[in-house]
Design a protein around this ligand. Structure first.
Ligand code: 6PG
Length: 469
C-alpha cells in the first residue's frame, strides 16, 4: 500500500503525530535517521497504519502522489539540510510540511526556495507538547491556500477539538504565517506563565499561603473566568510531593527558568514591528534575570514584608488582578498579529486564530472564546481592549491588577509583567505618559522638533540652556 503521508523525525513530537495520524485511518510512513529509533517506535506501540522506512528514497517510493512529507526535526540548519536532500527526490506538486518551531522568516525563505522547484511548502505551528501531538494538538498551518486543501483532511482530523466539536486547526495564511502565529502563541505563553508565577509568589509572600492552599485557590480559579490549561497544571504542580526529599517538589526546584528562544523571538520581532509587547518582553527578561549569576551576590536592601490582613479578600484581589493581566497579555499578542497581518500581507483571521487556540495548545483558556466573540463583533478591531465587553471588564477589574502589582512591589516580590500590564493599560487609556517632556528634551538637545496640542504643524524652539554638554 502507498502511504498518505511520510513523517521524518520520530522523537517525542514526531512519533506522537505519526501515531495520531495513523489512529485516524491514514497510512503513515515513519522515518528517523537513526534506524534503531524507527524500530523502537514501531515496537513500542505497534500500529497497523504506521510503516517503518529506512531511507529517504524508500520513503519517497512509499508515498502516494502528490507526496506529502512532514518534517518533525530540530528547527534551524537541520531543516535546510533535510530540504537539500529532499528536493532532488521530489516532483512538482509534492509538498513538504515543517511541524517544528521554525523561525517564520526561515519558513518564508524556504517556501520561496521550494516554490522555485514547483513544490509546496507549509510551515505548520504545532502546540500542545507530547500529549497534544499524540492525542490532539492545536495546529497552525501556513503556506499556499490551494496546497492547504491537500493536507486539511489529515491536519483537521488529528487536531484537538473544542467543546463544540470544532477542530483546532485552520489555514493561517501564506508562507511564514503559521509559524509566526505559533511564535506569538509562545510569547503569550511566556507572559501567561510569568503572570501565574508572580501571582503564586505574591500569594505566598504577602498572603502567607502554603503551596497546598495556593493549589486549592488555583483549582478553584480554574472553574471560573480564569479557566485554562496553565492554571490547571499549576494547581497540580503545586501539589506534587518530592520523591527525593521531604516536602513539595516545587520548593526544591532551582529558581532559574530556561527557554528555547521562541518567546525571545516574539519580543525581538515586536520591536522590529514597532509594537509594544511589554508583557512578553518583561517575561523574557524575567527568565533571563532568573538565571543571572550576579543575582544572589549583591546586598541591595530587603523590604519588610507586611502580611495581608484579610487573606480571603487578598486572594480574590490576586485572582482578579491575574485575570485582567492575562487579558492584557492576550491583547498585546493579538495586536502584534494584527500588525504582522498587514505588514506581510497575510490577511490573518484573528477570530479564527483565537478559535484554534481554544483547545490542544498551551495557552488554551476560556478567555479565548470571549476573544473570538470580540472579533466576530468587529473583525477589524485594532486592539482587544477597545472591544466594549473587554473594556467593561477592565474598568471593573483594573483596581485588582493595580493592588496586586503594588502589593508585590512594596513587599519585595518582583512583578515585571503585572507592572507592565498596568503601565500598558494606563498608556492605552490616554493617561499622560510624559512624552511631551521627552519631545521637549529631544528638541532641546537635537532640534528634533515637536507637535503642539493647540495648533497644527511642526515646531522647533530655541531653548534657553544653562547646562553645557
Ligand atoms: C507548545 C510549546 C512548545 C515550546 C515549549 C518550550 O506550544 O507546545 O510552546 O512549543 O517548545 O513550551 O518553550 P521554552 O523552552 O522556550 O519555554
Amino acid at each position: 500500500i502507498l502511504c498518505d503521508i511520510g513523517v521524518i523525525g520520530l522523537s517525542v513530537m514526531g512519533r506522537g503525530l505519526a501515531r495520531n495520524i495513523a489512529d485516524h485511518g491514514f497510512q503513515v510512513a515513519g522515518f528517523n535517521r537513526n534506524p534503531d529509533v524507527t524500530r523502537a517506535v514501531m515496537e513500542e506501540e505497534p500500529n497497523a497504519n504506521l510503516h517503518p522506512v529506512f531511507s529517504l528514497t524508500e520513503l519517497m517510493a512509499s508515498l502516494k502522489k502528490p507526496r506529502r512529507v512532514l518534517l518533525m526535526i530540530k528547527a534551524g540548519d537541520p531543516v535546510d539540510q533535510m530540504l537539500d536532500q529532499l528536493i532532488p527526490l521530489m516532483e512538482s506538486g509534492d509538498m513538504v510540511l515543517d511541524g517544528g518551531n521554525s523561525f517564520f522568516a526561515d519558513t518564508r525563505r524556504r517556501a520561496e526556495r521550494l516554490s522555485a522547484h514547483g513544490l509546496h511548502y507549509f510551515g505548520v505551528g504545532v502546540s500542545g507538547g507530547e500529549t497534544g501531538a499524540r492525542f490532539g494538538p492545536a495546529i497552525m498551518p501556513g503556506g499556499n491556500r490551494e496546497g492547504y486543501a491537500q493536507i486539511a483532511p489529515i491536519l483537521e482530523a488529528i487536531a484537538a477539538k473544542t467543546e463544540d466539536g470544532a477542530p483546532c486547526c485552520a489555514y493561517m495564511g501564506p508562507d511564514g504565517a503559521g509559524h509566526f502565529v505559533k511564535m506569538v502563541h509562545n510569547g503569550i505563553e511566556y507572559a501567561d506563565m510569568q503572570l501565574i508565577a508572580e501571582s503564586y509568589l505574591v500569594l505566598k509572600t504577602v498572603g502567607g499561603f502554603e503551596n497546598h492552599e495556593i493549589a486549592d485557590l488555583f483549582a478553584q480559579w480554574n472553574t471560573g473566568e480564569l479557566r485554562s490549561y496553565l492554571i490547571g497544571i499549576t494547581a497540580d504542580v503545586l501539589r506534587e510531593a518530592d520523591d527525593l526529599a521531604e516536602g513539595d517538589l516545587v520548593d526544591h526546584i532551582e529558581d532559574a527558568a530556561g527557554q528555547k528562544g521562541t518567546g525571545r523571538w516574539t519580543s525581538i520581532e515586536a520591536l522590529h514591528q514597532g509594537i509594544d509587547l511589554s508583557m512578553i518582553t518583561g517575561a523574557v527578561g524575567a527568565r533571563i534575570l532568573s538565571g543571572d549569576p550576579v543575582r544572589t551576590q549583591a546586598d541591595l536592601g530587603t523590604p519588610v514584608v507586611q502580611l495581608a490582613q484579610d487573606r480571603a479578600a487578598f486572594a480574590e484581589t490576586v485572582r482578579e488582578g491575574l485575570y485582567i493581566g492575562k487579558l492584557i497579555a492576550y491583547a498585546q499578542g493579538f495586536a502584534m498579529l494584527r500588525d504582522a497581518s498587514a505588514r506581510y500581507e497575510w490577511s490573518l483571521d484573528l477570530g479564527s486564530i483565537a478559535s484554534v487556540f481554544r483547545a490542544g495548545c498551551i495557552i488554551q483558556a476560556a478567555l479565548l472564546g470571549d476573544i473570538m466573540a470580540a472579533f466576530a463583533r468587529n473583525p477589524d478591531l485594532s486592539n482587544l481592549l477597545l472591544d466594549d465587553a473587554f473594556a467593561a471588564r477592565v474598568r471593573k477589574g483594573h483596581p485588582s491588577l493595580r493592588r496586586t502589582a503594588a502589593q508585590g512591589i512594596c513587599n519585595g516580590v518582583p512583578m515585571p509583567v503585572m507592572t507592565s500590564a498596568v503601565s500598558y493599560l494606563d498608556g492605552l487609556r490616554g493617561a499622560p505618559v510624559g512624552a511631551n517632556l521627552i519631545q521637549a528634551q529631544r528638541d532641546c538637545f537635537g532640534a528634533h522638533t515637536y507637535r503642539r496640542t493647540d495648533r497644527e504643524g511642526v515646531f522647533h524652539h530655541e531653548w534657553g540652556q544653562s547646562h553645557e554638554r
